[in-house]
Every structure is written in C-alpha cells, then in structure tokens.
Design a protein around this ligand. Sequence first.
Ligand SMILES: [Zn+2]
Length: 228
Amino acid sequence: MPTSTVEDYLKAILLEEQVLSSGQLVTMGQIATSLEVAPGTVTAMVKTLEKLGLVAYEPYSGVRLTEEGRLEAIRVLRRHRLIELFLVEVLGLDWSEVHDEAERLEHAISEKLIDRIDVLLGHPKVDPHGDPIPNVAGELQEKELVALEEAPPGEIVTIARVSDQEEAFLRFVEKHGLRPGARVVLTSRDSIADAVTVEPLGRPPVTLGGEAAAKLWIEQPAPLRLNP
Ligand SMILES: [Zn+2]
C-alpha cells in the first residue's frame, strides 16, 4: 500500500497534469512548488516512484503518471473530495477549513468507509469547492468551465468552481456570496485596471482584481437561441 508521501506526490502530479496540454511533462519545479519541498527532494522521490512503476521519468524534462500511477492518484483525489464534502454536509464544518482536514484523512480512510460516505452523500459529482469527484470506477470527468471574466456582461451566470483552497480566499468568496452554486451578473469589466465587478443576485456588487477573478469559474452560459 502506498505511503502518504507517495500519495501526495501522485495527487500533485495529477493536478499539475490537468492544467497542462496532453503530452506535456510535469517539471520537478512544479511539483516542488505544489508540495512546498526542495527540488532535490522531488528528484529523489520521483526516482522512487519510477521504480514503483507509478511515473515515467525523463531526466531534465519531467514526469508523467503511468496508467497505474494515474489510477492511484485518482483514488486519493476521490477520497480527498468526498471527505471534504462529508465534513461540510454531515459534520457541519466550514468549507474554508475542510481542505487541511482532508489532506490528513485522505491517507487514513479505508475504501470501505469512503464508499459508504459516497452512498450516504448520494454519489455526489462535485466537492464543496466545485471540484469534480472521481466515481467509484476511477473516472474523473472534468466539466468544461469558463473563467468568470469571460461571462457575458449583464447575463445571469452560475459560479461552478473556486480553484484556490486558501482559507482567507474562501472566506472572502463566502462573505461576498460567490460560492459554487451562486448566481451572479458581471456588471462591468475594466481591462486597464484589470478588474471586474460582479453582482451576486440580491447582494451588493463586488469588484475583483484579475488574479482573484481568475480563481472563479462559471458554468458554460447557455448558447443564444436562434429563431426557428
Ligand atoms: Zn481540498
């Protein structure tokens, strides 16, 4: 059974792979930043992962997960995201604090328990941050989302995902009514100031800088219906 360190590496590589175009390798630097460890430590660990058959390693270029490594990483991600949802929905923890708890519990919980949680929650598709939960068969379906900044001005859109797990940022999102599921209208966009203003329905408008706005994703707005 993989150790918690192995699992953290596999999960980090999977999450990095998801933002790269297919075929691109994940660099040691990306893994080091994501896990907050020294690059030398990463190189040593990656060689171990290669011996275990979990990654393919190309010196000076980077790594990619093997099929086995990918399946293992998806299992960790499934545990992590189901635990987060369980902590919010069942134990009533705040969504801004569950990520750190899940980071620990994801290595400890058994497959039997996680499957029971999955059933209890009704086979949920997304976690409290809007991240997709892999199903029991190990399938991870990423929904096509659109950056909030790309929302058609004046139209109601739904926040689908918040791609930052930092507690302070999540509290900010919560305070302004921008959690996944919230319906908002983009009221203005100022590309010179790199800012957008959005108005969650029934709440005061909030102005976001480009960096903050880039962490918020919306569902694909419905295509304009043409006359029959
Ligand atoms: Zn998390």
